[in-house]
Design a protein around this ligand. Structure first.
Ligand code: SF4
Length: 319
């Protein structure tokens, strides 16, 4: 197999990381690269391991999403299921497996294969049982709301109407498209066609953050336009707030789409300045020290890479 290339890419989460802390983007895109190789440096290996780390809120979202997609598939096959079945068959075994993996620690030697939770790694949980109970209650509520509020709206969609979306669980490269020569990662949760209309839903098991989520879904509109030639006025977007049982349905205007493109273009431009010779094709990062540490310690308290930055952060505070 040829050597893997670290291709320049952009996504909303990458842009968020970059905005919050340049160094975080360095670790997650460049510092970790090659860290899976047994000949990698200790720093590369650590960055790779920390990059793969999850957290309880991410796990909660995955559990809810797995369960509701299972409910939907059962429904499409004419098998009615209730929220309890979704919880017991899918969400609970998933959460138990991941939580146990994290506690057992096999991720030390196989970080891609086994889950490691930030809460375990950095010992930030005061009451593990209370945390588990909160996640369980929220996931169960999400499944129940999906069945009551979402399934009646999408239950008649057949698999033949659905877009195939490449997710991390499938292995290989995840859903992406190329825009102005840049690889853009964009992974809608659920999308389908009705005639020439494209409908895109995003599942949210956590809090309502309408502005941020609308912006995120505007990128999905661009995905549908670039990848499938959809017309903007035929794209319908839905943020599904599963825990609240609310939906935010909307369409975006041509002006809003331009704003999203401009945001992308500005962000890509800023990231490019952190590359040697601003060369995205070669995609060689400037030395690590050029990627500034965040000035806001709150960002560090929630960051996977704290272990790697701690010596520098400590040195800064002792100055
Ligand atoms: S620990 Fe702090 S400085 Fe280091 S990458 Fe994370 S947010 Fe940035």
């Amino acid at each position: 197999m040829g050597q893997l290339k670290n291709t320049f890419s952009w996504s909303f989460s990458a842009a968020e990381d970059f905005e919050q802390c340049r160094r975080r983007r360095y670790w997650s895109k460049y510092g970790m690269w090659g860290g899976w190789d047994r000949n990698a440096s200790p720093e590369q290996k650590t960055a790779y391991r920390l990059c793969k780390m999850d957290n309880r809120w991410g796990l909660m979202g995955q559990a809810a999403e797995n369960a509701i997609m299972w409910v939907l598939r059962q429904h499409q096959q004419g098998i009615p299921v209730d929220a309890d079945a979704g919880w017991k068959n899918i969400a609970r075994p998933f959460l138990t497996k991941k939580w146990n993996e994290s506690a057992e620690g096999n991720w030390r030697s196989a970080p891609k294969q086994f889950c490691c939770l930030r809460e375990h790694y950095y010992k930030t949980l005061e009451d593990e049982n209370a945390a588990k109970k909160q996640i369980a209650a929220q996931v169960q509520n999400c499944i129940a709301n999906f069945i009551d509020k979402v399934l009646p709206r999408i239950g008649d969609i057949s698999p033949s109407q659905e877009f195939r979306i490449a997710t991390p669980e499938m292995g290989g490269d995840v859903e992406n498209f190329t825009y102005e020569g840049v690889k853009i990662y964009s992974i809608p949760d659920y999308a389908y066609k009705i005639g020439d209309e494209v409908h895109i839903h995003d599942w949210k098991a956590g809090k309502i953050k309408a502005d941020q989520h609308k912006l995120q879904l505007s990128l999905y509109a661009l995905w549908a336009i670039v990848k499938y030639g959809a017309a903007l006025d035929k794209i319908f977007l839905y943020v599904e707030y599963l825990n609240e049982g609310q939906v935010l349905p909307f369409q975006i205007t041509a002006e809003e789409l331009e704003e999203t493109k401009q945001l992308m273009s500005d962000s890509v431009g800023e990231m490019t300045e952190y590359l040697v010779d601003c060369d995205r094709e070669k995609n060689t990062p400037l030395p690590k020290e050029e990627w500034e540490l965040t000035l806001d310690p709150v960002n560090c308290s929630q960051c996977n890479f704290l272990e790697l930055c701690r010596p520098e952060l400590d040195a800064q505070t002792s100055c």
